[in-house]
Design a protein around this ligand. Structure first.
Ligand SMILES: [Zn+2]
Length: 490
């Protein structure tokens, strides 16, 4: 007997289900959803066939498992201290404050991190926030690519491969940001990534999939990008990269090549379906570049590429996509990402709609429906899948149930607008991936949450207390990133 035949049929009954009718999401009041094994059997108003278990979802909102197309699955030891601070010479970039090493090949800020504990915390956070599929930017993925094992154990759907780059950032003895190129090392890393993808793709019941990851457009060469695209095409997997997430990247490319990064990618034949550009903030036509000579947005849209949009981390640094609605209208597949902490897609959706309206000075832009679709159907389209990001018969049983019967949600004029504008992730009660319940009654079933938190805090503490060994002039973390308030007694 096949395992799926032996699996019990489970019925969610009552409440509001955001169901997919084959074309779009629909609001289904007082609906039912039946699933068995890893697949949804039925979504509708009634289900007459026998079931093994009924879960009462009256007063709940049932939504598809959310998709983060860009996630640094960790405790984000390097990023957490940066809010309100960081170096002015990097303009509004956060990551340049902690990714470059001390001297070429030297110590990184996160040298003392406990990578396994960090990744475990990251996966736990994603699940707790209703993210059932994540594209992981995690360097090598911890010792022996521990991220794959941890995703297997903890049940999340993961896209991963070791990230490749054709160079390194480092700080010289005066703290200046420098770049050193090593294309040969990048090409060798790409070959290793290809072998890793062939090994991991489809593992853990198909939940773990490969993806070619070029760490940054900024640290890649034309040859590396072309070869990466060729590898992705040969293996039939996606290609993703950090793209136009800081000023230097855009303006140095324009100065060095006479082309915008988007033009360069198009010329190289890299831009196309299956390509996920993370961020894509600093483009021609953005008010943040002041460069208005090329239709970069149209170029990306016509090529059929996707953008992974993580507005929260950029808003914290005073910058934004210009604009969500313009990208969407240009035909770009808009997906959402959780980037760094707190890995909360509800917060990302809320920020996307608010900032999207502010950037366009238009309350009709970046609607709740549009940012919600980006977080599931958009992510699935970016990953070229039609079996996730939706609640419909035949789709994977990736399901999130939120408590919608509480004072903060209040009276519900529209469930999607209430989700985006009133809900928070602590209302998420149940998370199911591939038919396996990873969280129930608000508690993670796949790890000891207190232990995961304690280990993540220890990892952060080790990184933060050793900051002086990383800083070019030995400054402490508190000197570079002063606390919001002085301590009692100071
Ligand atoms: Zn990122």
């Amino acid at each position: 007997m096949a395992p799926e035949v032996m699996s019990p049929t489970i019925l969610l009954r009552g409440g509001t289900i955001i169901a997919f009718d084959g074309r779009a999401h629909r609001t289904l009041e007082d609906g039912v959803l039946a699933y068995r094994g890893d697949r949804i059997l039925h979504v509708g108003t009634e289900y007459a066939a026998p079931v093994d278990r009924v879960i009462d979802t009256r007063g709940k909102l049932v939504i598809p498992g959310q998709i983060s197309c860009h996630a640094h699955v960790s405790a984000n030891e390097g990023h957490r201290p940066l809010v309100d601070g960081g170096r002015r010479d990097f303009m509004r970039s956060g990551f340049l404050s902690y990714i470059p090493t001390k001297g070429l090949g030297g110590r990184s800020m996160t040298a003392e991190a406990d990578l396994v504990a960090s990744i475990r915390y990251g996966i736990a956070s994603l699940i707790r926030h209703g993210v059932t599929t994540a594209v992981a930017f995690n360097g090598e993925g911890g010792p022996d690519q521990a991220i794959v094992r941890l995703a297997g154990e903890m049940g999340i759907r993961l896209y991963f491969a070791p990230a490749v780059r054709a160079g390194s950032h480092y700080f010289d003895g005066d703290g200046r940001l420098c770049r050193e190129w090593d294309e040969a090392a990048g090409l060798a890393a790409l070959e290793r990534a290809g072998a890793a993808i062939e090994r991991l793709d489809g593992s853990h019941d198909g939940r773990v999939r490969g993806i070619v990851i070029v760490d940054e457009f900024y640290l890649s060469t034309s040859t590396l990008r072309r070869r990466a695209k060729a590898l992705a095409d040969r293996l039939g997997v996606n290609l993703t990269m950090h793209f136009c997430e800081q000023h230097y990247e855009f303006f140095e490319c324009v100065r060095d090549t006479g082309k915008t990064p988007a033009e360069l990618l198009a010329d190289e034949g890299v831009l196309g379906p299956g390509v996920i550009l993370a961020h894509s903030i600093y483009l021609s036509g953005s008010s943040y570049t002041g460069h208005n000579y090329v239709d970069d947005v149209g170029l990306i849209g016509r090529a059929g590429a996707a953008v992974a949009h993580s507005p929260l981390v950029f808003a914290r640094r005073g910058t934004a996509l210009d604009s969500f609605q313009r990208y969407l209208d240009a035909g770009i597949t808009m997906a959402m990402g959780t980037d760094v902490y707190p890995m909360d897609l509800i917060e990302e959706m809320r920020t996307a709609t608010m900032v999207g309206k502010i950037m366009d000075k238009n309350h009709e832009a970046a609607t709740a429906a549009a940012v919600f679709a980006a977080s599931n159907l958009g992510g699935a389209a970016a990953l070229r899948r039609d079996d996730i990001g939706r609640l419909s018969a035949g789709a994977k049983a990736d399901i999130v149930v939120l408590d919608f019967d509480n004072l903060q949600i209040g009276p519900v004029a529209d469930p999607i607008r209430s989700l985006i504008h009133c809900a928070n992730s602590s209302m998420i009660e149940t998370v199911i991936v591939d038919g396996r319940t990873l969280m129930e009654n608000g508690a993670l079933l796949v790890c000891d949450e207190r232990a995961v938190l304690a280990e993540a805090r220890a990892s952060c503490e080790a990184v933060w207390s050793s900051y002086g060994q990383f800083h070019f002039a030995g400054r402490s973390l508190a000197q570079d990133f002063p606390p919001a308030l002085k301590r009692w007694g100071d």
